[in-house]
Design a protein around this ligand. Structure first.
Ligand code: SIN
Length: 539
């Protein structure tokens, strides 16, 4: 596999230097930046505007053991149980035990979580044995988190922000990373304004680029969630792990022709129920916890119900809940639905499962370090083993906070600002000079999304996975290793690479566990697979 997406010679391109380069601006990237800035100059690069990411869209909240009746042990137990025995207990402990400190810090920085009187208000979500999920502005938790973190980042003179800049490649050689090759759309990086392709040299690089939802036809994710960080790391020789575990969210607003919008699990936590097109409540036929069954069970049950009723959706019924509760807790969901003519006080909300959260990703240790020297990762793009085979609802923002903090601290402490920048002589790459054929990338993207949804989605089997492999290999044969010059094209190359890794891992794991459901191996094969993780790398 070609180790770079673009032709370049580092000595010929204009360059800038930063101590720590952070790619991505969700909860993990911003948390990392705040910490790293205590030790050196930080640059945050993001391919869109600063607040365009999955954190911004998060609704339900943050799971944290802060209520009177809760404890770290209970939170750990719930996380391990939902993770189906594949969690890394050490990292679960780190996230759960350090989580409360990180939340208190956020509150000090001005984050306004919802309260009941003087105390934090906790909601219920699936898999939690207790009301443990804190939230903000009803159902706008992510947006409030992002607001507070951006404000904190902007206060630091040590942090520079570069928006609308696309990282094409990591600058890497012999298992070490020295910076990135960046395409700067708006040319807003001071001295190197004129040229679109630049080198950003960095002593440490932290990837915090989020998930891969856009690889699927329908997703709750931001348009930036294209798996670019995972692809960058993989090309540089990083290990990726647990790529078969893609979590689908059971309830996404489904109105044909309109973009999908998450309908938070908290809606079911507060009493919302699911009905099929005949108005029948069905979840208790599938699981004793009804609408609060684990997400993988929910998604498969909804799929089955849709098939059996020959419908494209099921329906979320809130009509029995008090108007005051709905108005206070879900003002944004109410507004979105109302903009489509759905009055959630009297109408059912049409919903279906869509791709939501990538459990797998770049393998990291407890400090966010990858197997590549100078390269760190945190948040959804990384895999610390916290989520096992099925993520407990609302554990991801907490993981982003804790591992963002750890990666920022660790990268910061490891830099030696007195040392000259290591430019490692020259790094260069030459691609097929014939260049890429004129391709309709929009069409290819739509085809890939469709393929992944049909063949590598909520349910997979050997036949579907092999069919996906055949198509991905065919498209790769004329898309990979060719010189493109547009962000959309590079992004597609990354999506294709990541899709292939999900497909490959899903084919290898011949059992069903958590969110990975193989219809040809419907049981969990404890003996052979328990505690075994699938690692993929190109070294
Ligand atoms: C939700 O609000 O349902 C999403 C929470 C999560 O995915 O953790």
């Amino acid at each position: 596999m070609n180790k770079f997406l673009t032709s370049f010679n580092s000595k010929d391109l204009p360059s800038v230097k930063t101590d720590i380069l952070i790619i991505g601006s969700g909860v993990a990237g911003l948390s990392a930046a705040i910490q790293a800035a205590k030790y050196g100059k930080v640059t945050i690069i993001t391919k869109d505007k600063l607040s365009e990411n999955n954190t911004q869209k998060a609704q339900g909240g943050i799971a944290v053991a802060l209520s009177e009746n809760d404890s770290s042990e209970k939170h750990i137990e719930d996380t391990l149980r939902v993770g189906c025995g594949l969690c890394n207990e050490k990292t679960v402990r780190i996230v759960v035990e350090e989580g409360p400190v990180r939340i208190k810090e956020l509150i000090q920085w001005g984050t306004e979580f919802d309260k009941q009187g003087a105390r934090l208000s906790f909601t219920q979500e699936a898999g939690h044995s207790i009301r443990r999920v804190i939230h903000a502005k009803g159902d706008a938790t992510g947006a409030e988190l992002e607001r507070a973190l951006i404000a904190k980042v902007r206060q630091s003179a040590n942090i520079k922000i570069l928006e609308y800049a696309f990282v094409i490649d990591l600058l890497h050689k012999d298992g070490a990373c020295f910076g990135t090759v960046v395409n700067i759309k708006n040319g807003n990086v001071g001295a190197i304004r004129e040229s679109p392709k630049k080198i950003v040299y960095a002593r440490k690089v932290i990837l915090a680029t989020g998930g891969i939802g856009q690889v699927y036809r329908e997703t709750t994710n931001s348009t930036v969630a294209t798996g670019c960080g995972m692809a960058l790391a993989y090309r540089a020789g990083a290990k990726l792990i647990d790529m078969e575990f893609v979590q689908f969210h059971p309830t996404t607003l489904y109105v044909a022709g309109l973009s999908r919008t998450l309908i938070s699990e908290a809606v079911r936590g507060e009493g919302g129920v699911l009905r099929n097109k005949h108005g029948e409540r069905f979840m208790f036929e599938y699981h004793k916890d009804g609408e609060l069954a684990p997400r993988d069970v929910m998604s498969r049950s909804i799929l089955k119900e849709m098939r059996e009723t020959a419908d494209t959706r099921v329906y979320l019924d809130l009509t029995h809940l008090s108007y005051k509760l709905i108005e206070n807790r879900f003002p944004n969901i109410m507004e979105v639905c109302s903009s489509f003519g759905i009055d959630i006080k009297k109408d059912f909300i049409p919903v279906r499962p869509t791709a939501h959260y990538m459990i797998g990703g770049i393998k990291i240790d407890k400090n966010g370090k990858t197997n590549i020297q100078n390269l760190y990762a945190c948040g959804e793009t990384a895999s610390s083993g916290v989520h096992g085979a099925n993520r407990l609802a609302s554990n991801s923002l907490l993981e982003g906070l804790v591992f963002g903090y750890r990666a920022g601290q660790s990268a910061g402490k490891d830099i030696d600002c007195g040392k000259r920048f290591d430019r490692t002589s020259d790094i260069s790459n030459v691609l097929d000079s014939a260049g890429a054929r004129k391709l309709d990338i929009g069409d290819l993207k739509a085809s890939l999304k469709s393929l992944m949804t049909r063949y590598v989605g909520i349910e997979r089997d050997e036949r579907s996975l092999l069919a996906a492999q055949k198509e991905i290999n065919f498209w790769s044969s004329y898309v990979m290793g060719k010189e493109f010059s547009d962000i959309r094209d590079w992004e597609f190359q990354n999506m294709l690479l990541v899709a292939g890794l999900v497909q490959k891992a899903a084919l290898i794991r011949k059992e069903s566990i958590g969110v990975h459901y193989r219809t040809d191996y419907p049981e969990q094969n404890g003996k052979e697979w328990q505690k075994r993780h699938i690692e993929l790398s190109d070294i």
